[in-house]
Design a protein around this ligand. Structure first.
Ligand SMILES: Cc1ncc(COP(=O)(O)O)c(C=O)c1O
Length: 353
């Protein structure tokens, strides 16, 4: 893309409503000890666990746009869904409350009624309105299933004179009240932020690696690399779905983003790199490797990984290094997408591994 075209894209994004309530830019750090231990490529981390407001994380970046969109549309509440320990749901509830919107959450749980721990504790303290629904363990619910649950509660919300803004899990898929994939757009800007920090330090990344769940983070990073750093490849480590399914989701969000931003970019199938080898049993299920990697990063780098997302992404990164996937002179950017509160909900499960 030419500089003029890049300016036009940034201008377009900057013309959309956005509430600045985060601590940006987040730091870009070199992981000295991890790089030394693995004797492979240089490993850097983008500290999006420090986006600020309620323990940080990737969802807050998305919510800067989404909450602004809800306010612009005159809504007084937000409705979404996720797992009972969903970081997205907590961050949405937090941002909603801050801007006087009512958070309404449909939370899915396996097995027994969840304890008020981690993100659920925080949602209780925020006095989010919560509707629970039981589902099988290890999987995330389908979009249709979740939308049906929303349809069930909508008449009651309307009867209470609420004007809800409906947004998909992760703020990813354009549906409900969000026509533009605002979550992905926020991650295009996140890559731009990281790319500028790296450029100032004379670094150029060969790969970006991150935890991929509902797809918008991956789309944003992918579009960002295409625009600012076309040689950089993005690898999404799936935490929930098989790679064929997630690739399709990424494709849909990417196409909608390209259209919304009038980008002159084509995302080929081979651009969408997703690995589903590190599910470790499925969404929200843990293995001894999860515990080991959390300990390693905490002890060697003082980084807190969460067991559901970032630990699995880090397992993937370290396995790729071990298997010689990267060149020694590659520079890798691990996007730390947050998730710390969930760690405190799974203490005994993690320690028993
Ligand atoms: C900590 C963390 N990392 C990564 C992700 C995945 O982001 P996305 O849903 O945009 O793929 C999530 C989503 O919930 C998350 O909470």
């Amino acid at each position: 893309m030419t500089e003029k075209e890049i300016d036009q894209v940034l201008e377009r994004i900057n013309s959309w409503p956005r509430l600045a309530f985060l601590h940006l830019p987040t730091p870009l750090e070199f992981l000295t000890n991890l790089t030394e231990i693995y004797k492979g490529p240089e490993i850097y981390v983008k500290r999006d666990d420090l986006t600020g407001r309620g323990f940080g994380g990737n969802k807050s970046r998305k919510l800067e746009f989404i909450i602004a969109d809800a306010l612009k549309k005159g809504c007084d509440s937000l409705v979404t869904w996720g797992s009972y320990q969903s970081n997205w749901c907590f961050q949405l509830a937090l941002a909603s409350r801050r801007f006087n919107l009512k958070p309404i959450l449909i939370l899915f749980y396996p097995d027994k009624e969840p304890e008020n721990e981690g993100n659920l504790l925080l949602n209780r303290l925020l006095e989010a309105e919560i509707y629970f629904s039981q589902v099988p363990a290890g999987k995330v619910v389908s979009r249709d299933f979740a939308l049906d649950k929303i349809k069930e509660i909508l008449p009651e919300l309307t009867a209470r004179n609420l004007h809800p803004y409906i947004v998909s899990v992760g703020g990813s898929m354009p549906l409900g009240s969000m026509e533009i994939p605002l979550g992905a757009v926020s991650y295009l800007l996140a890559f731009y932020e990281a790319w500028r920090q790296a450029k100032n330090r004379g670094i150029s990344f060969s790969y970006v690696i991150h935890a991929s769940g509902s797809g918008a983070t991956q789309v944003g990073l992918l579009l960002g690399t295409k625009i600012f750093s076309p040689k950089t490849k993005v690898i999404g480590i799936s935490v929930s779905d098989d790679k064929a399914y997630l690739a399709q989701e990424v494709k849909i969000i990417a196409e909608a983003s390209i259209q919304a931003l009038s980008l002159k970019i084509v995302i080929e199938d081979e651009d969408i790199i997703i690995l589903d080898d590190y599910l470790e049993g499925g969404y929200g299920i843990f293995s001894p490797k999860v515990t080991q990697v959390i300990k390693l990063l905490l002890q060697k780098e003082g980084l807190v990984l969460d067991p559901v997302y970032t630990a699995k992404a880090m397992i993937g990164l370290l396995d790729l290094i071990r298997r010689g996937f990267f060149e020694k002179n590659d520079k890798i950017l691990f996007f730390h997408t947050g998730g710390a509160p969930a760690l405190f909900a799974y203490g005994s499960q993690i320690l028993s591994q």
